[in-house]
Ligand binder design. Structure first.
Ligand SMILES: Nc1ncnc2c1ncn2[C@@H]1O[C@H](COP(=O)(O)OP(=O)(O)OP(=O)(O)O)[C@@H](O)[C@H]1O
Ligand SMILES: [Mg+2]
Length: 442
């Protein structure tokens, strides 16, 4: 590759930064992904090389990244960002040229770029940052981006899920405790704030923090010191605070369920991440990106999608945002053989095949009842029986690799009866063919 020769070390003074290099590798990877002239085996080989290259760079780059971030923040005449006048591509390119570390954040949506540009400016400071956005929009990833681009990058990044700690343990979890402070406190223990000393503490789901915890957190923000539970000793902590929530904290503070003073303390810099449905144009790229990522992890060829499944994925609402899309691609890559179809989607989001809807609409004997909408006990029983029948057929087809004759033989059923049942449920046996996706026998 002309881009980077791994055998020639990059001089420390080079204008080529490791962050820039990582981004170039990412560009190389997506270029390869979309290349039409290369054969798939060649693409896979090159992708593998690029991944190895990225891993090597990531292994070496910590100190270099620290220096890059520190010197960028020290520049008196940092280039002015004029988002309105630049295209999305130019804005991303400009971030790359300023050695911004994306930590895998993907996408050119203007709202996402705006969030990244704010993160870029906030990172080298110690100002608290509040990140909000729906579930799965990348809040934790953004917190890591802020940490990675700041001067604390080689110091700890400690993540605390405020919603997952029982009220009784909250204080001890955050600030630590002294031996004997309460039943079960067998030893001195330091809390998350002390662990994050000199680094960053990420307070996830901050909206779940009970009011008592909010008061204590406010004190740390004001005084930069903590006391372990049961101890009089005051310990100074130097910790950068990044908090995240999928709630509307401003509204909560107006309603009195979140302290207003804490809200203003935490949200000196406020970043909002866009929902995936606000960046639909990027879905095709994300489908391909996560499809390749899953293929790499599962050691298989990237899964192909039937046209109707692709269409579904491009138009689905994604209430779980990027996490849901990523999980879907992993699921499809794990469950499908060569090609994925509706059958490989989770049942709760799987659309009813057109054929099935038509049969149901016809209201004939072969109609399939829906358990979730059954209005009588007998209807519910029929729906449960239909679901069991469907699951049985699908599992059977998986086991026999989509051969109807084999399915009929194995379960001692009449072949035309099996065909009739498959038709009733809108199941296509061919969707289950070529399911042997682990040639090594894994
Ligand atoms: N812009 C993005 N580019 C690439 N991957 C992303 C992006 N945003 C999110 N992801 C991926 O989506 C998944 C969810 O991200 P993350 O955990 O940061 O979301 P979150 O907002 O913290 O979700 P929750 O509110 O449920 O905790 C992760 O695997 C993350 O790497
Ligand atoms: Mg999260």
């Amino acid at each position: 590759m002309k881009l980077y020769n791994p055998t020639s070390a990059t001089p420390a003074t080079s204008s080529v930064t490791f962050a820039g290099l990582i981004e170039k590798i990412e560009i190389l990877r997506s270029t390869l992904r979309w290349s039409s002239r290369l054969e798939r085996p060649e693409i896979e080989k090159l992708l593998k090389q690029a991944t190895t290259l990225r891993d090597e760079v990531m292994g070496l780059s910590h100190k270099e990244r620290f220096v890059a971030a520190a010197s960028a923040s020290g520049e008196a005449e940092a280039p002015v960002v004029e988002p309105v006048e630049m295209s999305a591509r130019e804005r991303r390119q400009a971030l790359m040229e300023r050695s911004f570390i994306f930590e895998g954040t993907f996408g050119d949506n203007p709202k996402l770029l705006e969030a990244l540009e704010i993160a870029e400016k906030a990172s080298p400071t110690d100002l608290p940052v509040l990140i909000d956005g729906e579930s799965g929009t990348g809040k934790e990833l953004m917190a890591k981006v802020i940490h990675a681009n700041g001067i604390r990058t080689d110091k700890p990044f400690i993540s605390v899920n405020c919603g997952a700690i029982p009220d009784s343990l909250l204080e001890s979890e955050l600030f630590g405790h002294k031996k004997g402070a309460f039943t079960g406190a067998a030893n001195d223990r330091r809390g998350k704030f002390e662990s994050a000393h000199t680094g960053t503490i990420f307070l996830d789901e901050i909206g779940e923090l009970p009011l008592t915890g909010q008061v204590k957190l406010l004190r740390v923000l004001e005084a930069h010191e903590i006391q372990r539970v049961g101890s009089d000793e005051v310990i100074a902590v130097d910790t950068r605070i990044v908090a995240a929530t999928n709630k509307d904290l401003r509204r909560m503070s107006q309603e009195g369920t979140f302290r207003e003073d804490l809200f203003y303390r935490l949200s000196v810099i406020h970043v909002t991440l866009p929902a995936l449905r606000e960046r639909r144009d990027e879905i095709p790229l994300l489908v391909s990106y996560f499809g390749d990522e899953a293929a790499g992890l599962l050691k298989r060829r990237p899964v192909k999608l039937t046209p109707r499944l692709r269409d579904f994925l491009l138009h689905y609402e994604y209430p779980g945002n990027i996490r849901e899309l990523r999980n879907l691609m992993y699921r499809l890559s794990c469950l499908a053989g060569d090609t994925a179809d509706f059958i490989h989607l989770p049942q709760d989001i799987r659309p009813k095949p057109a054929g099935l809807q038509a049969v149901a609409a016809a209201g004939g004997k072969a109609s399939v009842a829906d358990l979730s909408t059954a209005t009588s006990l007998s209807e519910a029983k029929r729906a449960a029986s239909d679901e069991a029948e469907r699951a049985f057929l699908e599992r059977g087809l998986q086991e026999v690799g989509g051969t109807v004759a084999e399915l009929a033989r194995r379960f001692d059923m009449n072949r035309s009866h099996v065909q009739m049942l498959l038709k009733k449920h809108g199941i296509h046996s061919k969707d289950f063919r070529n399911n042997n996706r682990h040639p090594e026998g894994k």
